[in-house]
Write a protein that binds this ligand. Structure first.
Ligand code: PLP
Length: 386
């Protein structure tokens, strides 16, 4: 079965109890058992729930993985993977990553004696140099948030595996429709399903997908023991979003490409970050590793915070809002939103300065979106030249 068919059908057979074509929302915490030790596969909904099970099966299939586990948020999923580590272990991570994941490394796991080293993910050899004998996990995002850098997943998988280390890939930005990290050699994939997988800005969720029985057993144990699971309705909403993932990703990518090209020619824009532009330094890696370039575009304007603020205030269709990956277009200011938890000097060293604006390009009409950006840039001070 191909991707779109799997998105619509895997895990979603007609309900065995009633024939319902769409997976029902099993809004129950518990399950009546026939006698001691005799149940229908479910006992308690933290441990397992049929609506969540359908979602988990579908997610695994989309990533070409054997096992899927759903969580209450992307960070709960990330934390479940980090729970594989023990005090004294060490992580090597690409430095350009979601601020909340950085906060998890720094404020939750470092105090538990799990250290980390950040490297420039664009250079695979940097991972090899940072690996030490305590290193147990390499962590990457690709494309990265918010600068749309790429990490060569195959190369980093090879470096990690030569040293017996697991590779985890946060595939939130690309989605399994555009990129399949397990097929490229990763051991585990993490998602914030809040984003493209859910796709409609109406549900928070996360996922872990792996081929490894051992990783699955440990993460499943953690899922039940810690209990950060999505409820049946959230699982259902996510599953409903997945059905149109392929369609949406095609339109997101088409719209984002056009917006990136428009911004690249605008006199008030200093830089555009989009892997689909031939000028992007890793355009050829993006062509090799992804089937299209996705819906995220970042750019830098001159003039800093005041100018960025006039841009956000002038927008009519794009909402100035956190998050990404939904049908509606959003504009975000990484220095105060997604990356506010990273110290200023560190953030600026990485190029996330006060001129950087991140767009999550939705699937509205492209002419309307370009017109919205055009008029918002016109509203910015004339001296904020790129
Ligand atoms: C790349 C990436 N990973 C993980 C997360 C965390 O996901 P959640 O907000 O669902 O906890 C986010 C959230 O913005 C993200 O952008």
């Amino acid at each position: 079965m191909n991707f779109s068919t799997r998105a619509i059908h895997v895990g979603q057979e007609a309900d065995p109890a009633t024939g319902a074509t769409i997976v029902p929302i099993y809004q129950t915490s518990t399950y009546t058992q026939e006698e001691i030790g005799k149940d229908k596969g479910y006992q308690y909904s933290r441990t397992g729930n049929p609506t969540r099970a359908a979602l988990e099966k579908c997610l695994a299939s989309l990533e070409n993985g054997k096992h899927g586990l759903a969580f209450a948020s992307g960070l709960a999923a990330a934390s479940a993977v980090l729970s594989l580590l023990r005090p004294g272990d060490h992580i090597v991570s690409a430095e350009d990553l979601y601020g909340g994941t950085f906060r998890l490394f720094e404020k939750v796991y470092l105090p538990q004696q799990i250290a980390y080293t950040l490297v420039d993910g664009r250079r695979p050899e940097e991972f090899g140099k940072a690996i030490r004998k305590e290193t147990k996990l390499v962590w990457i995002e690709s494309p990265t948030n918010p600068l749309l850098h790429l990490v060569d997943i195959e190369a980093v998988a090879q470096i990690s595996h030569e040293r017996g280390i697991l590779l985890a890939v946060d595939n939130t930005f690309a989605t399994p429709y555009l990129q399949k990290p397990l097929t490229l050699g990763a051991d585990v994939v993490i998602h914030s399903t809040t984003k493209y997988i859910g796709g409609h800005s109406d549900v928070i969720g996360g996922a872990v997908i792996t081929d490894s029985d051992a990783i699955f057993q440990q993460v499943k144990f953690y899922q039940n023991a810690v209990g950060a699971v999505p409820g049946p309705f959230d699982s259902w909403l996510t599953l409903r979003g997945i059905k149109t993932l392929a369609l949406r990703m095609r339109q997101h990518s088409e719209n984002a490409q056009k917006i990136a090209e428009y911004l690249a020619g605008h006199p008030k824009v200093k830089k555009v970050y989009y892997p689909g532009l031939p000028k992007h330094p890793q355009h050829s890696l993006a062509e090799r590793q992804m089937s299209d370039f996705g819906g995220m575009v970042s750019f830098e304007i001159g003039g800093g915070r005041d100018v960025a603020n006039s841009f956000f205030k002038a927008l009519n269709i794009f909402s100035y809002a956190e998050s990404l990956g939904a049908v509606e277009s959003l504009a975000c200011y990484p220095v105060v939103m997604t990356h506010g938890s990273i110290p200023r000097e560190e953030r600026e060293r990485r190029g996330i300065n006060e001129g950087v604006i991140r767009l999550s390009v939705g699937i509205e009409d492209i002419q309307d979106l370009i017109e919205d950006i055009r008029q918002a840039l016109t509203a910015c001070r004339a001296d904020c030249k790129g």
